[in-house]
Design a binder for this molecule. Structure first.
Ligand SMILES: *[C@@H]1O[C@H](CO)[C@@H](O)[C@H](O)[C@H]1NC(C)=O
Ligand SMILES: *[C@@H]1O[C@H](CO)[C@@H](O)[C@H](O)[C@H]1NC(C)=O
Ligand SMILES: *[C@@H]1O[C@H](CO)[C@@H](O)[C@H](O)[C@H]1NC(C)=O
Ligand SMILES: *[C@@H]1O[C@H](CO)[C@@H](O)[C@H](O)[C@H]1NC(C)=O
Ligand SMILES: *[C@@H]1O[C@H](CO)[C@@H](O)[C@H](O)[C@H]1NC(C)=O
Ligand SMILES: *[C@@H]1O[C@H](CO)[C@@H](O)[C@H](O)[C@H]1NC(C)=O
Ligand SMILES: *[C@@H]1O[C@H](CO)[C@@H](O)[C@H](O)[C@H]1NC(C)=O
Length: 741
């Protein structure tokens, strides 16, 4: 029944430990404690969760088992004292519901003390956190302490959360542990109960088994001393008399304010270390956003606790042990400046728009500081022809235009279905009065981005943007051009605006990428061979047959595709990778993939809520550019030794193998096959030539006349380029000069 978990065979147990250089108590690297195994992916404390966790790049991987005891005294691992949320016990034994007083609280549910180990074997585990995959429910049995030890993890940690409760029911966790330790090595025993640890202190061999006092929320009452945990925290020396270390919620170390931003750290770690107490911290999970300071990258959070220049805790208790292990092996102490050559380019998307409102000066400056190789500007035009950067022509998402200029809203089906406030309906002076707004794809489910900077920064003209990239000496600049045909009907030539700005800016050190979804626009830039032309393919495709790719090659050196054109992941499980990268490479076309976001909701389950796993996978698929709203995360990955696929002697963050995760679920839980996306059709590649630019602004009013809107195709791209010059004055002249260069 239980399939093997071969899919993670790429993960190797290795000796990548860097002992000595850590600010932990003993100078060794911090340990990774897997709470119920890889419980972020599989039902907590199941065989799958434990097996996957042990496939770790750290030598210290420690499996965490929350001890519960059955009626006949068998110990097994489950975190909640009630079993009804994480198993199907309520359906298998409907009559076993009971009410007990647990630490002074009345609790109703299904309890282990009411069922024998024999009967418990009929029960299967299920996911008890609703945002995590449920496809592995109903197939895995409960795991005993001996089963967990049988997986031979480097370390085993048993937590006894309810000693008082079990003793009141005539069950003895201490007796059970003494017995089981005759055959099973337990490296750590923790408990939030003082009396239990004081008793165990005389029972265990401390060279083999460390006793750890677990702190609960500050105001909760410790059941055996009747003191609050915050009172107990004031006397760490007393804790040292019966424990080797402490386990604290992460907020004890890095408090988070009501606004969800980190405050200054407490002195707890150094206080405890001075007393010789080890410090472990709990509450880490990639899919539970902790503080805005981490920009939704869980690696940032782990590093905050182990690599912050002031201290390192001695271990992390997490539901996603692989990410924590990678933080230790790949990212800590890793300040190497330059990415290794030949790796994919990191290309910003509207600047660092995960941290600041997109396309503002602050978003661009952050993208530069973050080390992005290429900084992007999606060019829009104001009514009076000023070129500026904005993620879309509709300003109602990324600014407050909807409130300031509601009366100017319109619906333009050539651009988008929804009603919007479009840049070319406002003058640049009007646009400058707008307040930029940070955008999040997951706002409606409560995942805001950096609210402190919600309206920070200002929009930039294309000229100012280019000036910024020049001053900061960035390696590359990507200019994205859309809606050229429609703008021409409004008397605006966006290609010319871009050409003139580029020629005026004289970026002689930067690589220039001109990106458009329109081959006619790319044709306009053919005359400047140093420009890299990028065709934006918005449609989801599954392959690019030779003929189509060769057609593209006539217009572009690279394509930008969406993630879904490369990674086929219906229902958030990766089923396959398309041939698009291979097909494009066969035609000597580079492939950029967009848009990467850190939020776990944008990641397939296979990536275990870790954006680094996606970066590793896309890199291994051979993409040439990673277009991201969080360039810091991508450059951190690139700087790391764990992304160097050319180096055989280094640990690599493993790319995800297609179909490997969902394949272990029962057939009935697997998503039904979907029709594949179409292949790219050669006939769809080439766009019609751009219409000639409408005569003058004075006629702008007549643009509401449908006849005026209709594009007027001209005979050829070349002719069109020339035709477009008629009717524009200053800009035209600058462009002509540039084209003559
Ligand atoms: C690092 O320290 C741990 C704990 O003391 C030890 O088990 C491990 O062998 C050490 N690794 C190396 C490479 O020295
Ligand atoms: C089950 O989980 C839900 C949601 O997390 C929680 O509200 C409820 O109290 C839990 N019930 C039990 C019996 O654990
Ligand atoms: C977290 O972010 C806030 C807002 O940007 C900042 O004021 C604070 O200093 C940051 N905290 C840490 C510990 O970096
Ligand atoms: C040309 O560039 C300069 C800065 O080098 C800038 O001040 C000026 O506004 C630019 N002119 C145009 C037409 O973009
Ligand atoms: C591939 O295209 C690049 C420009 O994008 C060119 O420099 C190179 O010579 C081409 N290589 C082949 C084999 O066609
Ligand atoms: C890395 O491994 C591959 C295949 O095993 C081998 O062909 C290559 O020579 C190795 N490279 C180095 C630098 O050892
Ligand atoms: C390969 O990786 C090892 C271990 O991370 C590192 O010491 C070595 O410098 C790397 N070699 C190259 C050529 O980057």
């Amino acid at each position: 029944m239980i399939k093997s978990l071969l899919f993670l065979s790429l993960l190797i147990h290795a000796t990548f430990a860097q002992n000595g250089s850590w600010q932990t108590l003993d100078g060794n690297e911090p340990i990774v404690i897997a709470r119920g195994g890889m419980s972020g992916l599989f039902p907590e404390s199941s065989q799958f969760a434990y097996e996957v966790a042990t496939q770790s790049p750290v030598e210290t991987l420690t499996l965490w088992c929350d001890l519960q005891l059955t009626k006949d005294g068998v110990g097994f691992c489950q975190s909640d004292i009630r079993l009804d949320n994480s198993t199907n016990i309520a359906t298998v034994f409907p009559n076993n519901e009971n009410t007990y007083i647990v630490n002074g609280q009345k609790v109703r549910g299904w309890f282990a003390v009411d069922i024998t180990s024999d009967k418990l074997k009929e029960v299967t585990l299920s996911q008890n956190i609703y945002s995590r995959p449920a496809e592995f429910d109903g197939m895995l049995p409960i795991v005993t302490v001996e089963d967990a030890a049988g997986l031979r993890p480097p370390g085993l940690w048993v937590n006894v959360q309810y000693d008082t409760f079990y003793n009141q029911r005539n069950a003895s966790p201490a007796g059970y542990l003494k017995n089981v330790m005759r055959t099973v090595g337990i490296n750590y025993i923790s408990s939030p109960e003082v009396a239990f640890l004081t008793f165990m202190n005389g029972q265990v061999n401390k060279a083999r088994t460390k006793l750890i006092f677990r702190f609960l929320d500050a105001n909760e009452i410790e059941p055996t001393t009747r003191k609050t945990y915050s009172e107990l925290l004031k006397d760490l020396a007393n804790i040292k008399t019966f424990a080797s270390g402490i386990l604290v919620p992460k907020e004890y170390i890095w408090p988070v304010g009501a606004n969800q931003y980190l405050e200054a750290p407490t002195t707890l770690v150094s206080d405890a270390h001075k007393l010789g107490l080890l410090v472990y911290s709990s509450g880490f999970a990639n899919d539970m956003p902790a503080s805005y300071n981490y920009s939704y990258d869980p690696t940032n959070e782990y590093l905050q606790f182990i690599d912050n220049s002031q201290f390192s805790i001695d271990g992390l208790l997490t539901d996603f042990p692989t990410t924590a292990a990678n933080a230790i092996v790949c990212f800590a102490h890793n300040q190497k400046p330059a990415p290794v050559k030949g790796k994919p380019l990191v290309i910003s998307h509207n600047g660092a728009s995960g941290d600041y409102p997109g396309c503002t000066d602050l978003a661009y400056e952050k993208a530069v500081t973050d080390g992005a190789d290429v900084i992007d500007c999606s060019v829009q035009l104001s009514k009076d022809g000023v070129a500026f950067c904005s993620g879309s022509a509709d300003l109602s998402g990324n600014t407050n235009a909807k409130t300031s200029f509601m009366s100017r809203a319109s619906t333009i089906p050539e651009i988008q279905q929804n009603n919007g406030v479009f840049s070319f309906e406002l003058t640049w002076t009007e646009i400058q009065t707008l307040k930029p707004q940070i955008l999040s794809a997951f706002q409606e489910v409560g995942l805001q981005r950096n609210p402190a900077n919600k309206n920070a920064g200002k929009l930039m003209t294309l000229a100012d943007f280019l000036q910024l990239t020049k001053i900061k000496a960035v390696q590359g600049v990507l200019i994205n051009i859309e809606n050229a045909a429609y703008l021409a009907t409004k008397g605006l030539s966006i290609s010319e605006a871009v050409s003139s700005a580029l020629s005026n800016a004289t970026l002689d050190k930067q690589q220039i990428f001109i990106q458009s979804d329109d081959t006619s626009v790319l044709s306009n830039f053919k005359n400047v061979p140093s420009y890299t032309r990028v065709l934006l393919i918005k449609e989801k495709i599954s392959s690019a047959p030779k003929q189509a790719a060769e057609e593209i090659k006539k217009y572009a050196d690279a394509v930008s595709i969406s993630r879904s054109s490369l990674v086929v992941a219906p229902k958030s499980y990766i089923l396959s990778y398309t041939s698009v990268v291979k097909d494009m490479h066969a035609a000597n076309i580079s492939v950029f993939v967009s848009v990467l976001k850190n939020e776990f909701l944008s990641l397939a389950f296979d990536y275990y809520a870790d954006p680094m796993a996606e970066l590793a996978t896309l890199t291994s698929e051979g993409v040439d550019g990673l277009v991201t709203e969080f360039p810091y995360t991508a450059t951190a990955y690139m700087r790391s030794s764990c992304s160097d696929f050319k180096n055989n002697s280094t640990y690599l963050i493993p790319p995800v193998e297609a179909n490997s995760l969902i394949d272990v679920a029962p057939a009935e839980a697997q998503p039904p096959a979907e029709a594949p996306a179409p292949a790219l059709d050669a006939a769809d590649v080439v766009d019609p030539p751009l219409p000639s630019v409408a005569a003058s602004d004075a006629d702008a009013a007549s643009a509401t006349d449908p006849a005026a809107k209709a594009p007027t195709p001209s005979k050829s791209g070349v002719h069109q380029t020339n035709a477009a010059h008629v009717g524009l004055s200053l800009v035209t002249i600058v462009l002509l000069i540039m084209l003559a260069l």
